[in-house]
Design a protein around this ligand. Structure first.
Ligand code: ATP
Ligand code: MG
Length: 202
């Protein structure tokens, strides 16, 4: 089935492949409700090139899980559509991918996979950029992000960003051009809940 192929090509990390139930804290109820509305209308969201930034100063409170729920919902919505030359949706942990990309310079066994993924970062209708700015980014890293995000936003290709920084803090860790594309082009949702990681065996 096409949908299974798209899910496989989306590179969703194993832990997030199964459905994870998220329970909002009282303060997050409205945000979870709004994220669920976006999920219910994800095809329109992506088709109109909208972007979403899910942020929180806290850890383990559902940012990555929400981004994957939205990505899966989008893939399901286009599960019967044939995409040529691309995969509809892609999950990228920014830090890991940039590290792998550096390794590929000296390791030809991963170079082809990295090259294909980079092509998909530009062409996929929806890309999740997980954990943007989770460490101090080098100039090279910022330049890569600018290249991807400038292309994607200019061509109305949808992005979902997650981060442990609030927009004000992102201003310091991203340069002005990347910050402007990430924050000013996105619907911003804040999650405030506590760390749930490790509960119920997850
Ligand atoms: N609101 C929640 N209700 C129930 N379980 C949750 C909730 N939030 C997170 N979890 C659990 O914690 C795990 C980690 O969540 P997730 O990876 O989405 O957190 P995150 O906000 O992306 O964290 P980080 O900031 O460290 O990247 C999930 O697999 C899930 O089991
Ligand atoms: Mg996360």
């Amino acid at each position: 089935m096409l949908e299974d192929t798209y899910l496989k090509n989306a590179m969703i990390p194993e832990r997030y492949q199964e459905e994870i139930e998220l329970i909002p804290s009282e303060r997050d109820e409205q945000t979870f409700f709004e994220l669920n509305n976006i999920r219910n209308n994800i095809k329109d969201f992506v088709d109109s090139g909208k972007n979403l930034l899910i942020c929180s100063n806290g850890v383990g409170n559902g940012k990555t899980t929400w981004s994957v729920k939205l990505l899966k919902a989008y893939i399901k919505s286009v599960g019967k559509v044939g995409f040529t030359n691309s995969t509809p949706g892609l999950f990228i942990n920014v830090n890991s991918f940039l590290n792998e990309k550096k390794l590929a310079i000296t390791d030809p066994t991963i170079a082809e996979k990295i090259r294909q993924t980079e092509k998909n970062i530009l062409s996929a209708k929806l890309v999740v950029f997980d954990d943007i700015a989770d460490k101090s980014l080098s100039e090279y890293d910022i330049n890569m992000m600018y290249y991807w995000l400038d292309y994607r936003t200019a061509n109305l290709k949808s992005c979902i960003f997650t981060t442990n920084q609030l927009p004000e803090q992102l201003k310091k860790s991203l340069n002005a051009k990347v910050y402007s594309r990430v924050v000013n082009y996105s619907i911003v949702k804040y999650i405030t809940g506590r760390d749930h990681r490790g509960e119920s065996g997850c």
